[in-house]
Write a protein that binds this ligand. Structure first.
Ligand SMILES: Cc1cc2nc3c(=O)[nH]c(=O)nc-3n(C[C@H](O)[C@H](O)[C@H](O)COP(=O)(O)OP(=O)(O)OC[C@H]3O[C@@H](n4cnc5c(N)ncnc54)[C@H](O)[C@@H]3O)c2cc1C
Length: 386
C-alpha cells in the first residue's frame, strides 16, 4: 500500500490551501453574516481549474483524479464551505453525469463552459415531497414526440439561482415507478424555468440554495441523458460520487476546526499554563486528531477506489457518514476548547460548527447512509473486498 501523494497532488493541494487561507479567509465571516454569494471567488476557482477538476482536458477540464478533487475540497472546506459546496455540486453532481453518460454532442455543447466555471451547474433531484425517498418524483417529463414537457418544483437546489445548466430528474412513466424516471439537461434561460427565494440557512450561508420551478418547459429529446428510464439509476450513481465530495467537505470542516483549536490551546493560558497542559483539553485534541485521521483514510480510499475503476458506492457512503459525524463532534469540541471565544464569530469555529450540520443531511442523510450500508452488509459485501 502506498499512502503518499504524487507531486501533482501535493501541488494541487498546496494551491488550494494557499487560496483558501490567503484569499477566502479574509472575508468569510462577512460573507457568511450577510449571505453574500462568493461570485468573484467562483470565477477565480474557475481560473484555477477547480470548476472542472475531473473533466477531460479535451472538454477544457483539468483532467485530474478524484483524490486531487478531495484534497481541494478538504482545503477549501477548512475555511469556506459555501465555496466548497459550490465546487462539489458543480463538479460531482452536474458535470460528472454529463461526462459519464452524456452523448458526444451533449459533452461538446455543455462541458467546456461548465469546466471553465463560466457556467455554473446544479443537480435537481429533491422535491418538496421527495427527499430521502427520491423514487416519489412528482416532477413530470411527458413524452411529446420531439420533446419532453417538463413540469414540477425542485427544492433545496445548491447553485439554484446562479446556475446556467440544471441536471433535472423527472418522471416520464409513473406506472413504471422508479424505472420510469429520466434525467435531462435543462438550460436556465429556457422559457418556463424560474427560481424561488434564496434560503436563509443555518450554515453554508453564502452559498445559493433555492427551489427551481419548471412550467411547461420544452426539453428537446436530445437533452435526455442516457437510455429511456435510466434516470433513477443515474441519480443514485451521481450521488455515490457526490458523497465523496461531501465526505471531503466534512473532513475539511473537522480538520479546519481542529487546527484552530490546537493553535488556540497553545496560546490560551489558565491556572498558569497553556490549556493543552490540562489533561481534559489534551485528551480532546487526541480524540479529534485520531478521528480526523480515520476519516481521512476512509475519504481518500473512496476516492482511490473510484480512480481505480472499482466499486466505490459502499466506501463513499461509509466515508460520508463517518466524516460528517467526525465533523459535527470535532467542531462542537473546537468551540468548547475556545471557551467563550468559541461562541463568537471572530474565531471561526462557531461557523464551522454550523456548517458541519449540513454534511449529515444533504446527498443522503446519515440515516439514509446507514440504510445503504446495512443493505450491502446484509447482502454480505465486506468493505475490504477489492
Ligand atoms: C443546504 C441544502 C442543499 C441541498 N442541495 C441539494 C441539491 O443541490 N440538489 C438536490 O436534489 N437536493 C439538495 N438538497 C436536499 C437534500 O438532499 C435533502 O434535504 C435530503 O436528502 C433529505 O431530504 P428531506 O429534507 O426531504 O428529509 P426527509 O426525507 O423528509 O427526512 C426527514 C428525516 O427522516 C429520516 N428518514 C427518512 N427516510 C428514512 C428511512 N427510510 N429510514 C430512516 N430515516 C429516514 C431522515 O434521515 C431525516 O432525519 C439540499 C438540502 C439542503 C438543506
Amino acid at each position: 500500500m502506498n499512502f503518499s501523494l504524487t507531486e501533482e497532488q501535493k501541488m494541487v493541494r498546496d494551491a488550494a490551501r494557499d487560496f483558501a487561507q490567503t484569499e477566502l479567509k479574509a472575508g468569510v465571516i462577512e460573507r457568511d453574516t450577510h449571505q453574500t454569494h462568493p461570485t468573484e471567488f467562483v470565477q477565480k476557482m474557475g481560473e484555477m481549474g477547480f470548476m472542472g477538476m475531473m473533466t477531460d482536458e479535451k472538454y477544457g477540464g483539468a483532467g485530474l483524479d478524484t483524490l486531487s478533487y478531495v484534497l481541494v475540497m478538504e482545503e477549501l472546506s477548512k475555511v469556506d464551505n459555501s465555496c466548497s459546496v459550490i465546487v462539489s455540486a458543480h463538479n460531482s453532481l452536474a458535470i460528472w453525469g454529463i461526462e459519464k453518460y452524456g452523448t458526444e454532442e451533449q459533452k461538446q455543447k455543455y462541458l467546456p463552459s461548465l469546466a471553465s466555471g463560466e457556467t455554473i451547474g446544479a443537480f435537481c433531484l429533491s422535491e418538496p415531497e421527495a427527499g430521502s425517498d427520491a423514487t416519489s418524483q412528482r416532477t413530470t417529463a411527458e413524452d411529446k414526440g420531439d420533446f419532453y414537457l417538463l413540469n414540477g418544483t425542485k427544492n433545496w437546489i445548491t447553485n439554484g439561482k446562479k446556475a446556467g445548466i440544471y441536471v433535472v430528474i423527472a418522471q416520464t412513466y409513473p406506472e413504471k415507478k422508479h424505472k420510469g424516471i429520466n434525467a435531462f439537461i435543462v438550460e436556465a434561460a429556457w422559457q418556463g424555468v424560474s427560481t424561488g427565494v434564496k434560503e436563509d440557512k443555518l450554515g453554508i450561508r453564502s452559498s445559493d440554495t433555492s427551489s427551481v420551478m419548471f412550467q411547461d418547459v420544452k426539453v428537446p429529446k436530445e437533452n435526455r441523458i442516457g437510455a429511456d428510464g435510466f434516470g433513477f439509476k443515474f441519480a443514485m450513481q451521481t450521488l455515490d460520487g457526490g458523497r465523496i465530495g461531501i465526505a471531503a467537505q466534512a473532513l475539511g470542516i473537522a480538520a479546519g476546526a481542529y487546527e484552530l483549536a490546537l493553535a488556540y490551546s497553545h496560546e490560551r493560558k489558565t491556572f498558569g499554563k497553556p490549556i493543552n497542559e490540562h489533561q481534559a483539553i489534551a485528551f480532546k485534541l487526541a480524540d479529534m486528531a485520531m478521528k480526523i485521521e480515520a476519516a481521512r483514510l476512509m475519504v481518500y480510499r473512496a476516492a482511490w477506489l473510484k480512480d481505480e475503476g472499482l466499486d466505490y458506492a459502499q466506501a463513499a457512503a461509509m466515508a460520508k457518514l463517518y466524516a460528517s459525524e467526525v465533523a459535527m463532534e470535532t467542531t462542537v469540541e473546537a468551540v468548547q476548547i475556545h471557551g467563550g471565544y468559541g461562541f463568537v464569530k471572530e474565531y471561526h469555529v462557531e461557523r464551522l460548527m454550523r456548517d458541519a450540520k449540513i454534511t449529515q443531511i444533504y446527498e443522503g442523510t446519515s440515516e439514509i447512509q446507514r440504510v445503504v450500508i446495512s443493505r450491502n452488509v446484509i447482502k454480505g459485501q465486506t468493505y475490504l473486498d477489492l
